[in-house]
Design a protein around this ligand. Structure first.
Ligand code: NAD
Length: 304
């Protein structure tokens, strides 16, 4: 049996924690001993408006259960507000161990009908928002030689959802962001992971999911995976797919591929070998971008 995962003495920032998944993560972290900054701009699902009520309510819930929390209304897209949020956490508790980048909005439309303003705003909240928060805690975590950062990606970013060109692009960008931070954070004991959840929140309430299934898709089912990912013994560079008690790990993978020597190199040869290039019977899971280069160099060497 795994010992109970605890966060005593640790400080966590959860963005967009006024409702939905973020609220569930914040409550569970606090229940397990973490001091929590409950951040939320408090706007509508499409990012319009703002209110401090949502974050305050979650802070009250945490305090009522005997935990410690402070509310924060920073808009994650505003660097100065994010820097102040981290400064406030440091003033209050002196450290930041965990950052859960969870704040997000939706502006769904087919790409043909999508205004570029809606494209930019969605990228701004998910990508720049996550980067602003990571940037503000990065020196703190390096200095502490400890940090756990979670990006909230989505099945939309990994596999695509019709009508979510903006959201899918943003959520895929967070995987690239995770990959680089994982490499740069390794020697400072900073782990960086990503989540690809599906849960019953206001984001999914109009998808027509049957009530019985929607009931099982509670945010708490996703939070169980989150708690493991941000824990001291948790992994790094993992993408955890989860919904309704189901958990699977998603990977970026590449087929072993082929080598076309100079004399055979042509678009037609690529077309002719397409099945071999696409053959998934021999898959590589690379640790960094040197992987594919080393694979191809190996193939060239074997050919000579
Ligand atoms: P939600 O709308 O309840 O939560 C998002 C929260 O982020 C809201 O409370 C909102 O006020 C806050 N927020 C939005 N913009 C902000 C900003 N600029 N600054 C600070 N806070 C801001 O929806 P949710 O489903 O709980 O979503 C949480 C995260 O999970 C999002 O990143 C979402 O994209 C992601 N996600 C959710 C699902 C799902 O099935 N619910 C699936 C995949 C990914």
């Amino acid at each position: 049996m795994t010992d109970e995962i605890r966060f005593d003495g640790q400080v966590a920032i959860v963005t967009g924690a006024g409702g939905g998944l973020g609220r569930s993560h914040a409550l569970e972290l606090a229940r397990r001993g973490a001091k929590v900054v409950v951040n939320d701009l408090g706007g509508a699902r499409d990012g319009t408006g703002a209110s401090s009520d949502a974050a305050l309510k979650v802070v009250e819930e945490i305090r009522a259960a005997g935990g410690e929390a402070i509310a924060n209304g920073a808009n994650v897209t505003k660097r100065d507000e994010v820097e102040k949020m981290v400064a406030d956490a440091l003033n209050e508790w002196g450290r930041v161990d965990i950052l859960i980048n969870n704040a997000g909005i939706l502006r769904d439309k087919t790409f043909a009908k999508m205004d570029m303003e809606d494209f930019e705003l969605v990228l701004d909240v998910h990508v720049t928002g996550s980067a602003n928060c990571a940037k503000a805690v990065w020196p703190v975590m390096r200095e502490q030689n400890y940090g756990r950062i979670l990006m909230t990606s989505s099945p939309s970013g990994l596999y695509g959802i019709f009508g979510q060109a903006n959201y899918g692009a943003a959520k895929a960008a967070l995987i690239g962001f995770m990959n680089a931070l994982h490499l740069e954070g390794a020697k400072y004991n900073i782990h960086v992971n990503a989540l690809a959840p599906t849960a019953a929140t206001r984001m999914t309430e109009d998808l027509g999911i049957p009530d019985q299934v929607f009931e099982q898709m509670k945010p708490e089912a996703v939070t169980a995976g989150v708690i493991w990912l941000v824990s001291a013994n948790g992994p790094s560079k993992a993408i955890l797919s989860c919904a309704a008690g189901g958990f699977a790990r998603a990977y970026m993978a590449e087929t072993d591929g082929i080598y076309l020597p100079p004399g055979e190199l042509s678009p037609e040869a690529v077309a002719e070998h397409w099945n071999a290039i696409s053959d998934t019977s021999n898959i590589n899971f690379y640790q960094d971008s040197n992987g594919p280069n080393m694979n191809f160099l190996g193939k060239i060497a074997a050919h000579q």
